[in-house]
Design a protein around this ligand. Structure first.
Ligand SMILES: [Zn+2]
Ligand SMILES: [Zn+2]
Length: 539
């Protein structure tokens, strides 16, 4: 058996109708930490995602802005791609669902699971606007809430959260033209989710130990309420075409095709790189497979129930995505992020103002890993200045810029205790990352920084330099080795600073084992890794 694992990391797809903000990033960051760690360990990693491009919010926006849906998608896709690049999100494939390639893969999957008997057609009463001459979906119907009297759009009251029933929708009005709507028979395709109750429960029992509490609770609740078949098609003209006759004015529902993006993005990457996508998705005797799904808590059941059910329905030997990393929500200044408040801190603005490593650090250290967390600039400043600049940056600076070294690493012997501590740090950080406890993992790296600073202060190299050169050499040699190893250990968290350190010390790609660089190696002038933030540095 190949000792290298095939690791597929699927990060949630960002929807192309509003700016990407910090609330998205905190959920996605887990995926990048995992990807960078697994690569450093030597595993074969593929990290995929893309821009979720279809559905009614995009067509509505296109109408409002007198643009085509594709133009709206391209605009946001460009923004998302730039944000991820500048933030150091190491996607192997970042694509979008509005491509012929994706459409073809989705259509193949639908035909396959239909052949397997898991897709059927069903005719039901639905809202129809005679003036617009089309079926209109819930969001396009204006309904007076029978509970509280508020005028709402869609399937749920915006005021009291009451979920509308068919009889409520009967008295609706078309939001496009204002005419009263009728109820007519409409035929759609459905996915037999209900057939998968037993294997999904087994999947849950097998995988739940890898999941966080929120995923366990939500999935358990969803399963206990009984599984309902889900519509595969809907009345819309923007999306993946339905590969069957009689559905020309319908498209594939976003939930099913966007989820399939994890598979189609892998296939796209593998096609372009002469690889076999099945290596990442099919069970194998040759190697071990790991599949991670990273997303926010609003997306849990799609990844713990619905996507596994689709994979099962193909009857192909898919590896189940057992490792779900579901983040909680990030609040801003104590408030829930909401589009209407516009309080989500757009990522482009943040990246124009702040260091990407520092944003990443904050996302991990203060991220909503197990409970909702809060973002304030006061906290951000104190983490940046207190942890990153004062501890990490300062340790690097005072060691590498020591006056009198003339750019040479003197010959010395490494402190045995520190050497042992470095080894243990690799293990502990790795274990925490694998357990998806990213905060703990980052803390372990910072503990090594603290140890470095403590050692430096206790040994007082600025005094030794004048009185005991041999001892001085040992101390500086030891501190430089700590820094060399921080160049590996910070890689998953702060990849830009980590690379600067490795480049500076002549180390190549990150590895996940302790390194010791030889003496005599030149280290010249190094720019400070970070700059201090002032009170003025806010958005
Ligand atoms: Zn209501
Ligand atoms: Zn109408």
């Amino acid at each position: 058996m190949d000792t290298k694992k095939k690791v597929l990391i699927g990060i949630a797809w960002t929807y192309a109708n509003s700016d990407i903000h910090l609330g998205h990033i905190v959920a996605y960051m887990s995926g990048d930490v995992l990807a960078r760690y697994h690569r450093a360990v030597g595993n074969d990693v593929l990290m995929v995602s893309g821009t979720d491009s279809h559905g009614t919010p995009i067509t509505e926006r296109a109408i409002r802005e007198h643009k085509t849906p594709q133009e709206i998608v391209n605009r946001y896709h460009e923004q998302f791609t730039e944000v991820f690049k500048r933030l150091g999100m190491s996607y192997d494939c970042y694509t979008l669902t509005a491509t012929p390639y994706h459409a073809q893969k989705v259509q193949e999957m639908i035909l396959r699971i239909k052949d397997n008997g898991y897709i059927y057609s069903k005719t039901e009463p639905a809202s129809f606007c005679p003036k617009c001459n089309k079926f209109i979906y819930d969001r396009e119907v204006e309904v007076i809430c029978p509970k509280c009297g508020t005028v709402s759009k869609g399937d749920q009251c915006g005021n009291c959260d009451y979920v509308f029933q068919t009889e409520d929708l009967l008295k609706g009005k078309c939001r496009i033209c204002g005419s009263p709507t009728e109820i007519r028979d409409n035929t759609n395709l459905y996915f037999k989710l209900s057939d998968f109750e037993k294997p999904l429960k087994e999947h849950f029992e097998r995988s739940k130990d890898y999941w966080r509490k929120n995923a366990i609770n939500e999935t358990e609740k969803f399963l206990s309420e009984g599984l309902h078949d889900r519509a595969v098609t809907r009345d819309l003209n923007w999306g993946v075409k339905v590969p069957l006759d009689g559905y020309d004015d319908k498209r594939v529902y976003v939930w099913i095709e966007a989820l399939w993006g994890y598979v189609s993005a892998t296939q796209l990457y593998c096609d372009e790189h002469n690889l076999d996508w099945r290596d990442y998705w099919y069970k194998s005797d040759e190697h071990e497979n790991l599949i991670y799904m990273c997303h926010g808590k609003d997306n849990i059941v799609f990844h713990t129930i619905i996507f596994p059910a689709l994979l099962m329905a193909t009857k192909e030997p898919y590896v189940m995505p057992e490792h779900c990393v579901s983040s909680e929500f990030l609040n801003i200044n104590g408030e829930k992020i909401s589009k209407s408040k516009g309080n989500g801190w757009p990522m482009l603005d943040m990246l124009n103002k702040f260091d990407p490593d520092s944003i990443r650090y904050f996302c991990i250290a203060n991220g909503p890993e197990k409970r909702d967390s809060n973002f304030t600039f006061a906290d951000y400043h104190s983490l940046h200045n207190g942890e990153i600049v004062n501890k990490f940056g300062n340790f690097v600076n005072r060691t590498l810029k020591f006056k009198g070294l003339e750019g040479n690493l003197p010959k010395g012997t490494m402190d045995a205790q520190i050497k042992a501590e470095i080894e243990k740090t690799y293990e502990r950080v790795g274990d925490s990352i694998l357990a998806t406890n990213f905060k703990d993992a980052l803390n372990e790296v910072m503990n090594l920084v603290d140890l470095g600073n403590k050692y430096y202060d206790e040994q007082e190299p600025w005094k030794l330099f004048k009185v005991d050169r041999e001892k001085f050499n040992d101390v500086i040699y030891t501190c430089v080795q700590i820094i060399a190893n921080l160049g590996n250990l910070f890689e998953p968290f702060m990849p830009f600073a980590a690379k600067k350190l490795r480049d500076f010390l002549g180390l190549g790609k990150p590895t996940w084992q302790s390194v010791e660089i030889g003496c005599g190696k030149y280290f010249g002038e190094m720019e400070p890794l970070f700059t201090r933030l002032t009170d003025k540095d806010v958005l």
